[in-house]
Design a protein around this ligand. Structure first.
Ligand code: ADP
Ligand code: MG
Length: 234
């Protein structure tokens, strides 16, 4: 049994609206082992991004606990959370968020430079891993959507994070490109033991890989049992 990397217990999140509180998460439990890969499925508006932001220390819980590498994240201040995010977490979003005035290489090395560890060899290796080494001097607007997302993935992993959080990483891509991005994430997981938490509404892609699948529904997470799902692989 590997060490738990993330353990979330009874996570609740509500937003105070003029019309009264909006309860998004109502006691969600989640765990990920070191080097694990988990998918979170759920309908639009079910709270997937909210949950991912809480796991990644980008937002604060209403109640409950999240432990990251044994540390109680709810007890950390913003400076401590920022340190963990920068040193131990990577983030990939639907819309890449690359800096248009920087090249592929510069986009990927930037977080390392900010963290004060400019490891150019590793950045080049990451660019080879995502098959963009030949395109390293190109600018984001010279790349396709899938290529841009691969840059974002290389950037998220440049810091060798303990976990990478991906929020709808293929939400803006056509099916074939989405397929290749998922294959890449799976490859990075298998080959490097990279841990991932991947939010997606793409059921068929999630089920293609032998990982833990959670479904967020009515504010709680339910672990889906591969053997008892009605979903048919397409
Ligand atoms: P998903 O990612 O599953 O589509 P979200 O986590 O983005 O869902 O949002 C879940 C619900 O929480 C939605 O109804 C959304 O409108 C609401 N919500 C998200 N962020 C805020 C916020 N800052 N203030 C108020 N409501 C929010
Ligand atoms: Mg979302």
């Amino acid at each position: 049994m590997r060490e738990p990397l993330i353990v979330a217990n009874n996570v609740r999140k509500s937003y105070d609206m003029a019309a009264g509180p909006l309860h998004i998460l109502k006691g969600a439990d989640f765990s990920l082992e070191d080097g694990g890969m988990a998918f979170i499925l759920g309908r639009s508006g079910s709270g997937k991004s909210t949950l991912l932001h809480l796991l990644g220390g980008l937002d604060t819980l209403s109640s409950g606990k999240i432990h990251f590498q044994g540390e109680d994240m709810t007890r950390l201040n913003e400076r401590q959370l920022a340190h963990i995010r920068n040193q131990k977490m990577g983030f990939v979003f639907q819309f890449y968020h690359l800096l248009p005035e920087l090249t592929v290489y510069e986009n990927v090395i930037l977080p390392l430079m900010i963290a004060g560890k400019k490891d150019s060899n590793w950045v080049k290796e990451m660019l080879r891993r995502v098959k963009l080494f030949e395109r390293r001097d190109h600018y984001p607007n010279e790349l396709s959507g899938g290529e841009r997302q691969r840059v974002a993935i290389a950037r998220a992993l440049a810091n060798r994070p303990a976990v990478a959080f991906c929020d709808e990483p293929t939400g803006n891509l056509d099916e074939e490109t989405a397929d290749s991005v998922f294959a890449l994430l799976n490859d990075l997981h298998k080959r490097d033991g990279q841990a991932f938490v991947i939010v997606t509404h793409d059921e068929s892609l999630a089920w293609r890989y032998p990982n833990v699948v959670y479904r967020l529904h009515d504010g709680v997470l339910v672990k889906e049992d591969r053997g008892h799902t009605s979903f048919q692989k397409g």
